[in-house]
Design a protein around this ligand. Structure first.
Ligand code: MUC
Ligand code: MG
Length: 385
């Protein structure tokens, strides 16, 4: 039996390379909750729970994720055999409702440990196992300025890093947003796929007009145009519009996936490990989507290296991934906290092949960005010095 010998949960704050302008917040940095679990065999597992813009995106914040882990989840783990990931997470589910982001961080760490214990990548422990070693990766153009976004898109195409672009809209008037999207579609032409994310900021009436106009300017996909709990309205839009509607905030695990699929509320699912409640739950959401003929897209909460790689291990198990992924989170941060940079290139991300998640921290960078880091010690000034 492998029991918990040590745990550490802390928040890491890393600045972004530029302001990231979303409908509900402008990000200047990203705050990630990192969890490190060590078992009595000396095996360490790492996990990440990350949201966007404090409490402006969802119901969990970095601070609440850390609190849920330290106060309510770690005591449950103390009585479990950590080698049994499914049984351990079932016990956690019995004691803690909701708190999907916190649970995801823990499940990620357990699956990292399990992979290391067995000497296989985490992807082999999910669903039917790994079916791909690299994933197409989108980039979000969200500087808030059309010309700057076009320049950024051109640079990404030149560097062969991304050819799928997601534009964050919903803050301005619908017509202004459509003009912004149209200008980018025109500039990038058929060299790129351009999609938008409204982050729930339109009414159904705005979405009806907006989606039709977006289709006309060459936009390929519209993500969460209206409130995520308005499933009947999502179904009306999905039925009435040519451009597919992608569910994001509406998806909070398998039950919500089932509700949306049965209502015909989306043509595409944005799969997110934290929002779904973990890696296993994400695979279930994907299975429901596939069975319902809904296209799949590998989403992100703009996680750093750990959450990004955990997501990549799940997405690598999906036989169908028609819309690619957006696992670019670490590239939006000024520094990657991993020892080896992730393998971005040729419009894709390489899924690590080592045991577990297949990654390790750069301990110096981690210590530098920890919110609870100690201030550097001041050298005592001695008289005459
Ligand atoms: C979201 O709502 O999808 C993903 C990429 C990005 O730029 O923001 C996120 C969140
Ligand atoms: Mg979204």
């Amino acid at each position: 039996m492998a029991t918990l010998s040590h745990s550490d949960t802390f928040i890491v704050d890393v600045p972004t390379i530029r302001p990231h302008v979303l409908a509900m917040a402008t990000m200047h940095g990203q705050s990630m909750v990192i969890v490190r679990l060590t078992d009595t065999d000396g095996i360490e597992g790492i996990g990440e729970g990350t949201t966007i813009g404090g409490l402006s995106y969802g119901e969990e914040s970095p601070e609440s994720i850390k609190l849920a882990i330290d106060t309510y989840i770690i005591p449950v783990l103390e009585a479990c055999d950590l080698a049994q990931v499914g049984a351990t997470m079932a016990k956690v589910a019995e004691c803690v409702r909701g708190n999907h982001f916190a649970k995801c961080a823990i499940e990620t760490a357990l699956l990292d440990m399990a992979g290391k214990r067995l000497g296989i990548p985490t992807s082999e422990l999910i669903g039917g196992g790994r079916v791909r070693d690299s994933l197409p990766v989108a980039w979000t153009l969200a500087s808030g300025d059309t010309a700057r976004d076009i320049g950024e898109g051109e640079e990404m195409l030149d560097r062969r890093r991304h050819r799928i672009f997601k534009l964050k809209i919903g803050k301005r008037a619908v017509r202004d947003d459509v003009a912004h999207v149209g200008a980018i579609c025109k500039a990038l032409g058929d060299r790129a796929s351009v999609r938008v994310d409204v982050n729930q900021n339109w009414s159904e009436a705005q979405a009806k007009i907006g989606m039709a106009m977006l289709h006309d300017v060459g936009c390929d996909l519209v993500e969460q145009p209206i409130a995520g709990d308005a499933i009947a309205a999502m179904a009306r839009l999905s039925k009435g519009q040519v451009v597919p509607l992608m569910a994001d905030e509406a998806l909070n695990g398998p039950r919500s996936a089932m509700r949306i699929a049965s209502a015909g509320g989306a043509g595409v699912f944005a799969l997110k490990i934290a929002q779904s409640g973990g890696l296993f739950a994400t695979a279930q959401v994907a299975a429901i989507g596939m069975a319902a003929g809904i296209g799949l897209y590998g989403g992100t909460m703009l996680e750093g290296g750990v959450g990004t790689v955990a997501s990549a291990h799940v997405f690598a198990t999906l036989p169908e991934l028609a819309w690619g992924t957006e696992l670019f989170g670490p590239l939006l941060q000024v520094e990657d906290i991993l020892r080896e940079p992730l393998g971005y290139g040729d419009f894709s991300l390489a899924v690590p092949t080592g045991p577990g998640l297949g990654i390790a921290f750069d301990e110096d960078k981690l210590a530098h960005f920890r919110r609870d880091r100690k201030a550097p010690a001041l050298h005592a000034v001695t008289a005459g010095a």
